[in-house]
Design a binder for this molecule. Structure first.
Ligand SMILES: [Zn+2]
Length: 397
């Protein structure tokens, strides 16, 4: 074939397969936020259906970044909406939320607190400086945006860091969870339980970052608090468990989700795959923003779209093991982070947060989200690492 013709053909083909403006997708969003979105984006968004809690909005995929920005600016939500590939999926979510009829999977969680001898030395080994170092390294990527090359490279860094921590363990492995629709993978570290491996404990947080109204691949998004802090807290939990040669009875999985900032997309695919395979996830802890100490309360448990029994259990864990740390409750709003993906998939999830909503870090989703906003320490995040270590061990019995 004539090379000029070939070039033209390639051009046409690549143009038609690119998802440029006009690619219609669907989101579900809290009723409180839907009217703002419709006013702001009236040309490109259309409300299709709603109930008293949430709306289904048809959206141009290219407007998701701007919506993410507005959700943060106006509603103080890291997430705030769930992205759906099909209208059917959005309708299913609408029905779920409307009926409050989340399918509840079999759960064998024992919420007694009685692993004192094992937990205390592990908790004492948590070191704030390790968390700080990981936050700083993650912040050096220009961004960790789900569609950017640096967002892929940052996940390679997380994978290799976690592999380094468990290199001596035959019961542990680190894998990518690949997502078909975008480049950035999620990362999952599994320590397989020796007695009841089918019972699974999950500690996760999102590993992506985003900044600015147009978001995008080039915007500087250090995301030190949102959410290098959560990933670095998880990294310290892994280090402490391995250094203490802790070998779990049940399976413990640590997760760094891709693409949270654009509609909880990474965690949604993972949680739904666990649901589809009938996995028995007995407890999920979401760590999204752990290092900005903005409230009189140190750790704030979000009550909405989370499991009340597990929330109370985590409160008891803090009282027992994280001395001098206060905690309380607040509300986070619809789809505010990845715990919603797990709740929607029928699993008990909790979201311990860095502050009350009104006192949270105001610099997230900007180039100013650096560790200097937390006075260059990770002492606040260390409280979350102590809590998460105790949570893992106390559920593992
Ligand atoms: Zn976040």
């Amino acid at each position: 074939m004539n090379s000029k013709l070939l070039l033209i053909l390639v051009f046409i083909l690549s143009f038609s397969s690119t998802s440029f403006a006009g690619a219609k997708k669907w989101i579900t969003i809290g009723k409180d936020a839907s009217s703002m979105s419709l006013q702001k984006f009236n040309s490109s968004m259309k409300e299709l259906k709603s109930n008293s809690d949430i709306s289904i909005i048809e959206i141009d995929e290219d407007d998701v970044n701007s919506l993410s920005h507005e959700m943060h600016e106006q509603f103080n939500r890291c997430g705030g909406f769930i992205f759906h590939d099909s209208l059917e999926a959005a309708e299913k979510e609408l029905n779920n939320i409307g009926n409050k009829s989340f399918a509840t999977k079999s759960i064998f969680a024992d919420y007694a607190i009685n692993q004192n001898d094992i937990v205390r030395p592990l908790v004492a080994a948590v070191t704030a400086n390790n968390i700080k170092n990981t936050i700083e390294k993650l912040s050096t990527f220009n961004n960790r945006y789900y569609k950017s090359q640096t967002g892929v490279a940052s996940q390679k860094f997380v994978k290799e860091t976690w592999e380094g921590l468990v290199s001596g363990r035959s019961d542990a492995k680190v894998e990518y969870f690949q997502h078909r629709a975008w480049a950035q993978p999620s990362v999952i570290l599994t320590i397989t339980g020796s007695k009841s491996p089918k019972e699974v404990i999950v500690i996760g947080g999102h590993a992506d970052s985003i900044a600015g109204y147009f978001g995008g691949s080039r915007a500087r998004a250090p995301g030190a608090d949102d959410n290098a802090s959560g990933i670095s807290t998880i990294t310290e939990v892994i280090r402490v468990l391995v250094a203490g040669n802790y070998q779990p009875d049940k399976t413990i999985k640590f997760m760094g989700y891709a693409a949270e900032e654009v509609g909880l997309r990474g965690s949604k695919e993972i949680a739904q795959s666990f649901n589809a395979s009938n996995a028995n996830v007995i407890g999920v802890m979401q760590l999204d923003m752990t290092n900005f100490n903005g409230s009189d309360l140190d750790i704030v448990m979000m009550t909405d779209f989370t499991n009340a029994n597990q929330n109370a259990f985590i409160g008891n864990i803090i009282d027992e093991y994280v001395s001098g740390v206060s905690w309380g409750y607040d509300k986070c709003g619809y789809a505010c982070s990845d715990h919603a993906s797990w709740t929607n998939a029928g699993f008990p999830a909790s979201m311990p947060f860095e502050a009350k909503k009104r006192d949270m870090n105001r610099n997230i989703h900007t180039s100013r989200d650096t560790i200097s906003q937390s006075r260059n320490t990770a002492s606040h995040a260390a409280k979350f690492a102590r809590m998460a270590v105790a949570f893992a061990v106390e559920l593992d019995k």
